[in-house]
Design a protein around this ligand. Sequence first.
Ligand SMILES: [Zn+2]
Ligand SMILES: [Zn+2]
Ligand SMILES: [Zn+2]
Length: 260
Amino acid sequence: MIYKEGEIIFESAPFCTSLNYEKKGRYCDYCFKERNKLFECQNCHLMFYCNRNCEEFNSIHKFECRAFSEISKHQYPNERLQNASIILFLRILIKIKLDDSVIGEEIDQFNNLSDEFDKLKNDKEKIEKMTLFINNIELIMGSQFISKFTSDEIISNFGKMVLHQFEIKDQNIAIGMGIYLKPSKNLKHSCEPNSKVFFNGNKLYVKAERLILNNEDPTISFCDLKLSDSERKKFLKTHFYFECNCPRCSGINKEQVIFF
Ligand SMILES: [Zn+2]
Ligand SMILES: [Zn+2]
Ligand SMILES: [Zn+2]
């Protein structure tokens, strides 16, 4: 495929999302659109929607709503529920074990995402973070929920989350995070990417930033491109466990590519 500059390469609906706590009441918890008026979930009062349709489409919430309302009854502030990453992890676990409205194909695609299991298992810092997340999820959902997962399953799903989550932005402001299967499967990193991700509500779009030719794969950047070569390398190694061999990191500049 050839893509012209500015062309949309593909779009993707989310596998699951989590709205940042400070955006609640301003953005719909389902479609991530900013609204002047939203109505709240009548049970937990922690989810806000444009209308009944958005509430209904957000089918995952029925598995967490009762637990959320118990916590919001007994505790204030709901620190545990204010961490969007913990809620994202909870929703991944719900989706793969409890939510049978998810089609098999989607679950297969999620299960096929890379998790860097062996590297993650020996990464003390990430395992500590995962343990903190799981302890909080256990306090929200109860130990029966957590007991449905083996420790290897928890590590694998945590790995999939940290490697594949996208920060959802409205213009340039972060409003939440989400897992999107299509880009996670189809896009590789480059420090000189030819494409860019943007959002409209909860929908992710990948757009060609320049002409992309037949023999090229669309690439996006997983890191801040303003960082120096060594900073980028370090970041990618720490967060994504790979050595970047993109043209920019290997010191091949454009002229060399074109003329030699
Ligand atoms: Zn909505
Ligand atoms: Zn609710
Ligand atoms: Zn690179």
